[in-house]
Design a protein around this ligand. Structure first.
Ligand code: SAH
Length: 213
């Protein structure tokens, strides 16, 4: 068993070697223990750069992908951020270190409940987790400075584009559910949207409607 300090150093070194170089993002990922978001037999693999199963048949993303997406989102301390796809809550916790306020939604109530408990145990008070179909965004809280989608739609959902502030950035994996998707960065301009393709990724599909659990 490796010592926690050595494990952390390796974890951060691994992130850097995959292209996560933003100092604020690395500090956030140093502070937030991924082990707090993974349960049972998978907990011991929390510091490896791989996605892991969580409840409701979903997955916690690979740390390097979390880092690269967070970096692409270019979050500022005053930003109000929406995350679609709470899952374990790990990505939302990272965002909470960089933004003023984070709203995170998931279609599984159970995941929202469990993530909230972890946020509370870590003393993260600027995250609001809500059970909702994130493809509609959160009209009551819009507009958002940043939107991060961690499940893949076929195209960026219209309501999310509409809820992005002018000058705002959305990072979203798009594509067919069972093939490799493209991570896209959308920047809202005064009269339209700019699209940049960042890298191939693989996420669970964005599914419409609230789940049963
Ligand atoms: N960001 C998460 C991992 C996300 S996995 C983490 O850090 O652990 C993708 C999540 O998107 C799943 O939990 C799934 O339930 C959720 N999801 C899929 N479609 C959704 C939708 N329409 N609205 C909200 N959440 C959705």
């Amino acid at each position: 068993m490796t010592e926690p300090a050595e494990r952390k150093m390796r974890f951060l070194y691994g992130l850097r070697s995959k292209g996560v170089t933003d100092a604020r993002v690395l500090t956030a990922m140093e502070r937030i223990d991924r082990g707090a978001f993974v349960r049972g037999i998978f907990a011991e693999r929390a510091y490896e750069d791989m996605p892991l199963p969580i409840a409701c048949g979903q997955t916690i993303s690979q740390p390097s992908v979390v880092g690269l997406m967070t970096q692409a989102l270019a979050v500022s301390p005053r930003d109000k951020v929406l995350e679609v796809g709470t899952g374990s809550g790990y990505q939302a916790a990272i965002l909470s270190q960089l933004a003023r306020r984070v709203y995170t939604v998931d279609r599984h109530r159970r995941l929202v409940r469990e993530a909230e408990a972890v946020f509370q145990s870590l003393g993260l008070t600027n995250i609001t987790a809500i059970a909702a179909d994130g493809s509609h965004g959160l009209p009551d809280q819009a507009p958002f400075d940043r939107i991060l989608v961690t499940a893949a739609p076929e195209d960026p959902p219209g309501p999310l584009l509409a809820q992005l502030r002018i000058g705002g950035i959305m990072v979203v994996p798009v594509g067919q559910s069972d093939t490799v998707q493209s991570l896209i960065k959308v920047t809202r301009q005064p009269h339209g949207y700019d699209y940049d393709e960042l890298r191939p990724v693989r996420f669970v599909p964005l599914v419409e409607g609230l789940a049963q659990d």
